[in-house]
Design a protein around this ligand. Structure first.
Ligand SMILES: *[C@@H]1O[C@H](CO)[C@@H](O)[C@H](O)[C@H]1NC(C)=O
Ligand SMILES: *[C@@H]1O[C@H](CO)[C@@H](O)[C@H](O)[C@H]1NC(C)=O
Length: 214
């Protein structure tokens, strides 16, 4: 109830704060709740009209279809499909992996991720920022938990011959997602291939190939 009241108060303050608009989602500091609602949230429902259904999401027990190129399927539950998360700074994902399925290198710009393996064997890792770019990597089994710190490139690869399943909690109600391959080689419109050829020290024909494929 206190949260809901805070939420209403926040809405009242929105107009006042519109001049403080920020392009990113502040993730720490005393004003976290307020700013998250402003840049990364939604208007709140009238607390008198909320019901228990706003606070429940069902169906994450059902395995997802992994018949795609990567052999993985991420079911993200954020505030868009689960209104009760609004202002609470948390989201969840179920990830299904076919044998040798990959959740490819990606970034959540606004969230740290805590991944729990429910089934199978995953090779996971993240890479630290410049200048070291250290890879922290590990093979995880059922019951193991791994943390991917906010904003770092990370991945999970099912190295087992059976399906794998993991659940991830993320400390933002709208964590954001940048898939490295898609953002780099699949942007709309495409990045000038000379830029990518130079950046990756590759022949332009390889870049053209990647841009067509992705
Ligand atoms: C993930 O699974 C759902 C349900 O099984 C399916 O509708 C959806 O197309 C799948 N997504 C991908 C990317 O394969
Ligand atoms: C990345 O691009 C591929 C197409 O190459 C697409 O199938 C896939 O859904 C995209 N991934 C995400 C997370 O948007």
């Amino acid at each position: 109830m206190k949260k809901l009241f805070t939420c209403l108060l926040t809405v009242a303050l929105l107009a006042l704060a519109s001049s403080l608009a920020s392009a990113h989602d502040p993730s720490s500091g005393g004003s976290k709740n307020f700013l998250q609602v402003f840049v990364n949230g939604k208007f709140c429902k009238n607390p008198k009209l909320t019901t228990v259904d706003d606070f429940i999401f069902m169906g994450l027990d059902v395995p997802r279809n992994t018949l795609n190129q990567l052999g993985s399927n991420v079911t993200l539950v954020n505030m868009d499909m689960f209104p009760g998360l609004n202002t609470l700074g948390i989201a969840l994902a179920r990830v299904d992996y076919a044998p040798y399925g990959l959740n490819p290198p990606h970034i959540h710009p606004r969230a740290t991720e805590l991944l729990t393996v429910i089934e199978g064997t995953l090779l996971v890792g993240f890479v630290t920022s410049n200048p070291d770019n250290r890879l922290f990597t590990k093979v995880l089994n059922k019951g193991d938990i791994f943390v991917f710190p906010m904003g770092l490139i990370h991945f999970q690869f099912n190295i087992g011959e059976t399906n794998s399943v993991a659940f991830s909690s993320l400390d933002s109600q709208n964590p954001g997602l940048i898939t490295i391959a898609n953002a780099t080689f699949g942007s709309n419109p495409p990045i000038n291939p000379y830029v990518l050829a130079k950046a990756f020290q590759l022949d332009k024909s390889v870049i053209n190939y990647l841009q067509q494929k992705i």
